[in-house]
Design a protein around this ligand. Structure first.
Ligand SMILES: [Ca+2]
Ligand SMILES: [Ca+2]
Ligand SMILES: [Ca+2]
Length: 295
């Protein structure tokens, strides 16, 4: 986490830039919605004998985010700082080099898992925290974050390793995207349908060099999308929608307690390890943010 402290210090300096009244943002801000037309006259038009409803439904304008001006279209930025210890002796070694989680994404399609990955096996707690150097991820239209693991398989099924995605504006307090494992299902443990809200589920087709023209956030790119609007309601969500995300934590599901599973008695139950995955944790190829606000 040492690397993240600098960003924490910096965050305070720029926090005001997120506000709606930032001078810099003025020219990039969407033009304001014109005020809704006021209803003028009484609701009856007896002369024409028409019945007019007492209440006219008023369309509430959607508030567009105004704090994230630096919106990229297809070219987006990947997280480029990691909290995991980077072992220089492991440089370039698949699964062992933490840099492989922040060096871009190199998917191999449905039939093969990327080797350009860092395995969460190599961390102390089964997680890695990523941040965007000199900027924040923020909310915009649709999905805002995309996580790429290295699931692979065939039309018959995919080997996947689920990841819990959590976000934070300060590096201290995290809020997770809603996720659940269906405990009551008759389907096998590694049925995709049982795992909702996790990353690490979809094969990866995007490749930095081979599909450079592809929009990372298109369905064709693969990977798992997250929309900051889907965070659970509360002060943390409000904070993140206003100030953006500094840190994204990716945690192997098998390293996390499943609060819904009470079958372990006094001991906490973890999310189950999937058969066919060698008992390992997920492998992170990369993370993209769609809307970046630079400091
Ligand atoms: Ca969004
Ligand atoms: Ca994997
Ligand atoms: Ca990578």
């Amino acid at each position: 986490m040492k690397q993240t402290y600098l960003f924490l210090l910096c965050a305070g300096l720029f926090i005001n830039a997120c506000g709606d009244d930032s001078e810099n943002s003025a020219e990039d801000m969407p033009t304001e919605e014109p005020p809704a037309e006021e209803t003028t006259e009484p609701m009856k038009n007896e002369d024409k004998g028409e019945e007019v409803p007492d209440e006219v439904p008023v369309e509430i304008p959607v508030t567009e985010p105004t704090f994230c001006q630096d919106i990229s279209n297809a070219v987006v930025a990947y997280a480029n700082e990691a909290s995991a210890t980077i072992d220089e002796a492991k440089e370039g070694t698949p699964f062992s080099d933490a840099n492989l989680a922040i060096n871009g994404v190199r998917g191999r399609g449905l039939g093969s898992g990327s080797l350009d990955v860092f395995s969460l096996d190599k961390t102390v707690d089964g997680s890695i925290t990523l941040s965007y150097e000199g900027g924040r991820f923020c909310d915009g239209q649709g999905a805002d974050i995309k996580v790429f693991e290295n699931p692979f398989g065939s039309a018959a099924g995919v080997f996947f390793e689920p990841i819990i995605v959590s976000v934070s504006s300060d590096g201290e307090s995290y809020v997770s995207f809603p996720h659940s494992f269906d405990l009551d299902s008759d389907l096998r443990i590694n049925a995709v349908e049982r795992w909702q809200g996790f990353a690490g589920m979809q094969p990866v087709y995007f490749h930095e060099e081979n599909t450079a023209e592809m929009n990372v956030f298109s369905e064709a790119a693969g990977g798992d999308s997250f929309d900051l609007q889907d965070l659970p309601p509360g002060p943390q969500k409000d904070d993140i929608l206003k100030n953006g995300v500094r840190f994204i934590k990716l945690q192997a599901a098998q390293a996390a307690v499943n609060p819904e599973d009470q079958s372990c008695g006094e001991t906490s139950c973890y999310f189950p390890i999937l058969p066919g995955t060698f008992g390992g944790f997920a492998d992170v190829d990369g993370l993209y943010g769609r809307y970046i606000l630079r400091d």
